[in-house]
Design a protein around this ligand. Structure first.
Ligand code: AMP
Length: 275
């Protein structure tokens, strides 16, 4: 496995081979990232994983500075998965001048849910992902459904800008009790970690009752928000939406997903369950 920090070095390393399979990450890798790397490996193409904590997608009061950085351990995990290249640029390499050209995703998709509570988040994500795609020029890129809205935004960017890359969405990896794996889980105290699983339980329950025929979507959402508040969470949203575009469902016969974001203490967790 080669570890490369410079764009020119990565381009030179990839120049002779077939277009790679690409797994973009912010590091602090866990089984969710590694499952994506495994899927990428199964494509038979050279695998490039990137590790870059992207300042552009963090709000001024978010956790950019304390985001966990575990580069050596990440490289060991990627090597064990048969990853071929790790691309780990520093900020001066990826943003040598202020990034003034940005990808502005459509507000109806990117300013709702996560985008409503994290203004500019998807602009930061799209901008770095487009830039990484231009650097890596992958045949396929792998994103987790854990960040459900993110993979939809990326797919829509790829369609609308005719980017020559296939987007593959991987299933959410969970801990034994159901908590979606996340680099931010490391912020949780033991008591918070025990409580954190409630988010998934709640979403699982909503998915089940909707599958069983419940149609009072707004009531279910409000009830879930109230439950989280009662248990000491600060929920941002619990929303039942269409899988295709995250708009409110018209009928309940189309594929849906229930998504939530909530803070437990200082830690903001997100999760979703497809219905
Ligand atoms: P991050 O490092 O958090 O930016 O995540 C990098 C990629 O891994 C994104 O495509 C995420 O959606 C994906 N990912 C993060 N957590 C999980 C998980 N628990 N299951 C599946 N994919 C995940």
């Amino acid at each position: 496995m080669q570890v490369l920090h410079r764009i020119a070095d990565l381009r030179a390393a990839l120049a002779q081979g077939p277009r790679p399979a690409f797994v973009p990450t912010m590091g602090n890798l866990h089984e969710g990232h590694l499952a994506l790397a495994r899927q990428a490996k199964a494509s038979g193409r050279p695998v490039v994983a990137s590790i870059f904590v992207n300042r552009l997608q963090f709000g001024p009061n978010e956790d950019f500075d304390r985001y966990p950085r575990t580069f050596e351990a990440d490289c060991a995990l990627l090597q064990a998965e048969g990853c071929d290249f790790v691309f780990a640029p520093d900020e001066a390499e990826l943003y040598p001048e202020p990034q003034a050209y940005k990808v502005q995703p459509p507000p109806e998709l990117a300013d709702i849910l996560e985008g409503h509570f994290r203004p500019g988040f998807f602009t930061g994500v799209c901008t770095v992902v487009l830039k990484l795609f231009n650097i890596v020029q992958p045949e396929a890129a792998y994103f987790g459904k854990k960040d459900y809205q993110q993979q939809l935004v990326i797919k829509s960017m790829v369609r609308q800008l005719a980017l020559p890359v296939r987007i593959v969405a991987g299933e959410t990896c969970r801990a034994g009790d159901g908590l979606a794996l996340s680099s931010r889980n490391g912020y949780l105290s033991p008591a918070e970690r025990a409580e954190a699983v409630e988010l998934h339980r709640l979403l699982d329950n909503i998915a089940r009752v909707v599958r069983d025929g419940r149609t009072d979507v707004a009531h279910l959402e409000q009830e879930a928000m109230a439950t989280l508040q009662r248990r000491g969470w600060q929920p941002d949203y619990v929303a039942i939406r269409r899988q295709a575009d995250l708009l409110e469902p018209h009928g309940l016969d189309e594929p849906m997903v229930v998504l939530a974001a909530a803070k437990l203490g200082k830690t903001r967790l997100i999760d979703n369950v497809e219905i």
